[in-house]
Unconditional design. Sequence first.
Length: 398
Amino acid sequence: MGVAGVICEYNPFHRGHEWMLQQLREQEMDAIVCAMSGNFVQRGEFAMINKESRAEMAVRCGADLVLELPTPYAAATAEAFALGGVALLSQTGVVTHLAFGSECGDVGAVQRAAQVLDTPEYAAALRARLSQGDTFAVCRARAAAQLAGEEVAQILNGANNNLGVEYCRALQKLQSPLQPCTVHRRGAEHDGGVADGIASASHIRALLLQSKEEEALSLMPDAAAEVLRRELAEGRASVDMHRCERAVLSHLRRMDEADWQMYDGGGEGLYHRMYRAVRQENSIDAVLDTVKTKRYTHARLRRMLLSAYLEMQPQPLPDKLPYLRVLAANETGRALLRQMREQGVPVLTKAADVTALGNEAQAWLDAEARRTDLYTLAYPDLRQSSCGAEWRITPKMV
């Protein structure tokens, strides 16, 4: 018995997500709380469906409460993404377990890999590997294998295992009381097609971008497909950065070379390459392809580009969020919210109430509102993209 917390994107919600929530119910979890990315996701992309609709999908398909993971955590590295999600779920005061999908289905193996990555020996081995010019992911796995053997390296090769490792590291760093548990992942691989009747989110997104809407909808739970069908009809789905490409390039071309430096987290001169590419190329994809090297993944470069476009300057992220924004809830979720409020948790259901939570909370929501105004410019129907959407959002009560 307990309350499971899930860190997620649901971009979009598919049958594999539904299956995982069902497995948590079978483990006799009393409720499921989701910490879900807002309008921007970990790969440095615009979410294909807005956050309130994705939250509604989740609650209609098995979750009880969905809270927003703010953009500075959501569109960041796996480490920051995990840290934000664990901090949020821990802060609720009602979540008892941190649940995640994994390729291995063995929470002990994931924890052991996390322990290896938190040793001084690993840090030294990683630095030595990085100096050879490979990607961070490759160097990470090789350094871990050097210290603990191929079994640990294999854990790090799974996309979901890898996130699980970061969740366990975040639990340790924050000294969180949440108990980790994992569900063996079913269906297609992280970036795969369809397997066992379950499609990956990336496959569904690709179908939507190809205007194969009915095929995409057929691969989702009925309740989630119903929400997506509505959003497609309203011109608020199939969101993609390329729909506002000229706006993105216009902003990036106005940046001086020195402006890019703050977004170069590695301090290796990557910002020089990004500045030159923005001046030379005529599309987002061409910019990324020009900057891409063996060392820098597309995901890292997209996060850099997105942060610059959103003017989301790198800064230390707090271990405690200034507010917990409610996106969707059912009756069980509303009962959890009452418990949270009784414990003094800064729950935010109505944007206008943020002033009561202090200056930091106001600043965070103001920044999120500006990002949402840029996000909505990528709606297929620009009539849906007027400013101020963040202040009009109300939780989906199912």
